[in-house]
Design a protein. Structure first.
Length: 259
């Protein structure tokens, strides 16, 4: 068995997933970089992680497909003989006109739930025996949408609410061997959201968000990754937590801000 701990981060070609993989690599972890479509970006992230000292597997896979989830875990364990952490970061949504109620149908709901909710469960199911052996941890990348009922679309809100509830259930079910937590970011300065609504609309949204929230700033992918890495590597007595990384948006519109 490899002496270095190993982590599998889904959806880790770019954004929060890539930042998490890099921060873990720099702390002595080996990592799986998983992507569904962004192969070039996945390889760039892998190169950065290798430069940080990690052994890296780059694996294509769709977490909505159970066979892919089992394969991802199997290849990681086959490479290193262990799995110490699972970060469920892969996610999808719809934006703009596609998110309007009259444009939503069962296929849209099923696709979003398939990745965000069912995919999370399938990855946990595949990884749980190995994480138990390592007394490891799971971090689900959820959203403030699931806690506050706000977000890009109704199916996205529903999917992240389900992830939050599932996190609490899994924290009870998998204890004491596995710690299970979730991070719930607000607005993130990543290309995922920028591409979703367009650069001009994103910039207006960011400015409005930062004018409203008590801390006056949106999350960066690195901000979210820092919290994930803390939950994976340092929070030995923390489980069943939904960590809101929203610069205080959950405090409400009347929360005081210093100008």
């Amino acid at each position: 068995m490899n002496d270095r701990p190993a982590a599998l981060i889904t959806g880790s070609a770019t954004g929060v997933g890539a930042a998490t993989a890099l921060q873990l690599a720099q702390r002595g972890w080996d990592v799986v970089i998983n992507y569904s479509r962004s192969e070039a970006e996945a390889n760039e992230t892998a190169q950065a992680c290798r430069a940080g000292g990690a052994d890296v597997l780059v694996l294509q896979g769709d977490v909505a497909q159970d066979a892919d989830c089992r394969r991802l875990v199997g290849e990681a364990v086959g490479r290193w003989g262990r799995l110490d952490a699972l970060v469920n970061n892969a996610g999808t949504s719809v934006f703009g006109e596609a998110a309007r109620w009259d444009a939503l149908d069962a296929d849209v709901f099923q696709r979003i739930l398939g990745v965000n909710t069912i995919g999370t469960f399938q990855m946990v199911r595949a990884a749980a025996p190995h994480l138990k052996a390592a007394r490891g941890s799971i971090v689900n990348v959820s959203s403030v949408a699931g806690a506050l009922g706000i977000g890009s679309s109704v199916p996205y809100v529903a999917s992240k609410g389900a992830v939050n509830a599932m996190t609490l259930h899994l924290a009870r079910t998998l204890a004491p061997e596995i710690r299970v937590n979730a991070v719930c970011p607000g607005l993130i300065t990543s290309r995922w959201f920028t591409r979703g609504i367009g650069e001009e609309a994103y910039e207006k949204t960011r400015q409005a968000y930062e004018a409203q929230v008590p801390l006056g700033r949106a999350c960066t992918p690195e901000d979210v990754a820092e919290s994930i890495v803390w939950l994976v590597t340092g929070a030995r007595t923390v489980t069943g937590e939904l960590v809101l990384l929203d610069s205080g948006v959950h405090l409400g519109r009347d929360a005081p801000r210093r100008s």
